[in-house]
Ligand binder design. Structure first.
Ligand code: PRE
Length: 294
């Protein structure tokens, strides 16, 4: 399907995309660039990329598909760096967790060539980063949200849908703004809370003793606090307003529960916990139906 993938950012997300594309037989050659030469070198040794490019621009030279797998804050500078080689026949995508800022960055950086850019958000990830964790299966069975704008070329949008579908993803589209509103609620807030929870614990004098006793509940609840701090810093700042709105709603919900814990009304407390438990079970059943539990 493609001759050359220009991969900018050869970490977990980018590396996994290259491996998945190769395994599906969708690309002949992967030319990769990473900010850190040791990452690019490791990616080549692992067979994730075939050729190391000395710059983002040179990774794009000769490519018919380009993937930006860089922190959202690096989107504009990266697109500016490759702009001169972006053509209407090229599919350029990102994998960023926020979309309003990414779309604005793409408009500013690519200008006349913005139609080649299809903003993409695969709903997958891990709490570990780096090319050494890249796996061909990271994307299979997952959702991918595309947030095209008016100027997105139909041909590139269609190609993007085909690529992600071929990797085993369920593809849907929405506006960048609706995307950021939803992901503040179901991804960015949970990460903020996981970080805050650990910070609250770490600030206690007995933190080490408490942590030495922690079990699976703690592990499940805090897994995402292992996420890369710089990546999450950028996501929180890029989606600041929506995140703060969700954080306020969360604090209201927490206060309601605290009030019920304090008051002598076990039935009302149980009702609130039942509502939460049923909501989660409902989601889980739906997720299992659509994606085999992924
Ligand atoms: O599984 C994880 O570790 C994730 O953080 C994945 C997760 C999520 O919140 O679900 C995080 C960020 C990506 O934008 C998409 C997915």
């Amino acid at each position: 399907m493609f001759e050359q993938l220009g991969l900018i950012g050869c970490g977990l997300m980018g590396g996994s995309f290259a491996l998945a594309l190769k395994r599906a037989g969708l690309v002949q050659r992967v030319v990769g660039y990473s900010k850190s030469p040791s990452t690019t070198d490791r990616a080549r040794q692992m067979g994730v990329i075939d050729v190391e490019a000395p710059s983002a621009l040179l990774a794009v030279a000769g490519a018919d598909i380009v993937l930006l797998a860089v922190p959202v804050s690096a989107t504009e500078a990266t697109l500016k760096a490759i702009k001169h080689l972006v053509t209407p026949n090229m599919l350029v995508m990102d994998v960023g967790s926020t979309k309003t800022d990414v779309v604005q960055a793409a408009r500013r950086a690519l200008r006349d060539q913005v139609g080649s850019f299809v903003p993409a958000h695969p709903i997958t990830g891990r709490e570990v980063s780096g090319v050494e964790h890249a796996e061909a299966d990271l994307y299979s069975g997952r959702q991918v949200i595309l947030t095209p704008i008016e100027r997105t070329l139909t041909a590139q949008l269609k190609k993007a849908e085909e690529v992600w579908t071929a990797l085993g993803c369920r593809v849907s589209s929405m506006s960048p703004e609706s995307h950021d509103e939803a992901f503040a609620a179901i991804s960015h807030l949970p990460h903020l809370l996981a970080f805050a929870f650990i910070n609250g614990l770490a600030g206690q004098s007995q933190a080490d003793t408490f942590l030495s006793l922690a079990g699976p509940g703690f592990r499940d609840f805090t897994r995402i606090a292992g996420g890369e701090p710089k990546i999450w810093r950028d996501i929180f700042l890029a989606n600041r307003e929506e995140l703060l709105t969700q954080s306020q709603l969360f604090q209201q919900a927490l206060q309601r529960l605290e009030h019920l814990v304090r008051s002598d009304d076990p039935q009302a407390l149980e009702d609130m916990l039942t509502l939460a438990s049923e909501t989660r079970t409902h989601w889980r059943m739906g997720a299992q139906r659509t994606s085999k539990g992924r």
